[in-house]
Design a protein around this ligand. Structure first.
Ligand SMILES: [Zn+2]
Length: 205
C-alpha cells in the first residue's frame, strides 16, 4: 500500500484475498497512512492511493448463463467482501461482457483533456483550502462544494431515502456528482449528476 502512495493500487480478483488482508485495507483507505507495529516500536508510512479492484461474481468466473456454481457458493463468495470494505468504494459497477455492436468510446487524448479540465476546475474551486480535489472534501465542507437547494435538495432527499444511504455513502455520492459536473464543464451540480453518481455506486448484492 505504501508503494502505491500517490498512485493506483489495483487488486485483481479481490474476492480471492484473505479476509485479514482485506481488513488491512480499511484503515489506510480512511487515514492515508499505514501503521506497522513491531516489538521495537511503531512506524507510520504514507499510503494515500487510489484503490481499484475487480472481482468475479462467483468462484467459477463464467458469465451468468454458463455459471455452474450453487446459490450457496455464490452467496459465500459475495459475502467475502464485507460491507464496511465495499462502503469505501465510491464507484461500484457490475460489468457485463462487451456488446459487439457497441463501438469504442472517446479516444484517450479526448478523455485526458476532459480530465485535465476537471482537475483545473477543482484546483480553482478549492484554492486556499487544505484540499484540492472533490474526493478529499471533508463531509463538513460539502455544503460549500455542493450546495443543496430546490430541485437538487428534493432529489437528494428522495435518493437518500430510497437507497437508505449512510453518511459515508451519501457524502461519496455528492463528491462524485461534483466530479461528473466538472467533467461536463458545468459550474453547478444538477439532479441528473446526483442520480448518475448514485447509479455508479451500485448496491453490491
Ligand atoms: Zn460460477
Amino acid at each position: 500500500m505504501t508503494l502505491a502512495h500517490r498512485g493506483v493500487l489495483f487488486c485483481d480478483e479481490l474476492g480471492e484475498f484473505a479476509p485479514a488482508t482485506l481488513d488491512a485495507l480499511r484503515q489506510p483507505l480512511e487515514e492515508g497512512t499505514i501503521r506497522i507495529a513491531r516489538q521495537t516500536g511503531t512506524v507510520t508510512f504514507p499510503a494515500r492511493f487510489l484503490l481499484v479492484a475487480c472481482s468475479n461474481p462467483c468462484p467459477c468466473g463464467r458469465d451468468a448463463r454458463r455459471c455452474r456454481c450453487s446459490d450457496s457458493a455464490r452467496f459465500r463468495y459475495e459475502r467475502r467482501l464485507s460491507d464496511p470494505l465495499l462502503d469505501r468504494f465510491d464507484l461500484r459497477l457490475r460489468v457485463e461482457p462487451p456488446d459487439a455492436h457497441v463501438g469504442a468510446g472517446d479516444d484517450t487524448a479526448t478523455t485526458a483533456g476532459r480530465v485535465l479540465a476537471a482537475v483545473e476546475a477543482q484546483t480553482r474551486r478549492y484554492s486556499g483550502l487544505p484540499w484540492s480535489r472533490n474526493g478529499d472534501v471533508p463531509a463538513g465542507a460539502l455544503d460549500d462544494a455542493v450546495p443543496m437547494e430546490g430541485d437538487l435538495l428534493a432529489t437528494w432527499r428522495a435518493l437518500c431515502e430510497r437507497r437508505r444511504l449512510n453518511g459515508r455513502g451519501a457524502a461519496a455520492i455528492r463528491r462524485v456528482a461534483r466530479t461528473l459536473a466538472d467533467l461536463e464543464g458545468d459550474s453547478a451540480v444538477g439532479p441528473a449528476h446526483l442520480l448518475r453518481a448514485a447509479d455508479l455506486r451500485e448496491p453490491w448484492s
